[in-house]
Design a protein around this ligand. Sequence first.
Ligand code: IPM
Ligand code: MG
Length: 358
Amino acid sequence: MKEYKIAVLEGDGIGPEVIAQGLKSLSAVEKKYNIKFNYKKGLIGGVAIDATGIPLPLATIELAKKSDAVYLGAVGDWKYDTLDPAIRPERALLGIRKELGLFANLRPAKVFEELVSSSPLRAELVDGVDIMIIRELTGGAYFGTPKGIDIKDGVKVGYNNMIYTEDEVRRIAKVAFETAMKRSKKLCSVDKANVLDVSRLWREIILEVAKDYPEVELKHMYVDNAAMQLVVNPKQFDVIVTENLFGDILSDEASVLPGSLGLLPSASLSSEGPGMYEPCHGSAPDFKGQDRLNPIATILSAAMMLKYSFGMEDAAKDIENAVTQVLKEGYRTEDIHKEGNTLVGTSQMGDLIASKIK
Ligand code: IPM
Ligand code: MG
């Protein structure tokens, strides 16, 4: 029997609850495909700070590196907001991305037909939207040096460095073109090449890699325009590739299209070694333990794990179809609930989706 090792990092807030729902679907997949997932739990974020004093303990990094994939809930809680930024829960995310070399962050924003009316945008704008945002995740201003807050001539100065090497751009460009080849062969590269030098290099390398993918229709867009186009005409986009900070912002913006942050999964991939899979939403500490939040983002993240880490495309499809089926039957968590639907809690949603996988 085929076996996979999965590091389960539940994290803070609603992390444990939503991960539990994803595990239900994975367990249904085990039965259907006669495989075995071996789970090992690790600490990350606030729970790690409480237990060890730091948000990303070495043991967690080692566990992650030894695993075939990492399944992450969420990190963060208000109670750590006063901590030194260097040991805040969010640091753990940046740390694990760097440690595992997770340079490619895939954030799909797909509008479910059944939920078109949940979108804050008009139905005709979002109906059929299916965008894959590919965000560079280990470079740019997030990690660039020098950085800091200094005093210069008696005045405080804060600075970061948005920096990319050509190799860093090339490898994310390849992921983007490969992804585009598997979808509708349309790619939009987002930069700010009219102002930033780092973006001029970005564009130069994107154009160079484009030569290997003549079938892909490539477009460049400035990030300010892209932010506007995403809400004015989101259907024009299929695959979007962009640098770390722009991708952080644009992926949050795109996440409103489907109607709830509770629907959006993500995958973070390296060139070798385990990928990491997590919902795009945060830890929502105010909702913790209330069985109210939408587990679909986390469940769909498990589907991405099956597809990208284990090559189990059929099983991934099973989970996606199960989600669609349950939505078709009218079940909704609070965030997407409308009159005429059946309101369910986190756990019941998890049960319903898993029950469709057989
Ligand atoms: C995200 C988050 C993180 C980021 C934070 C929590 C560090 O906003 O995953 O998009 O900025 O990358
Ligand atoms: Mg973000």
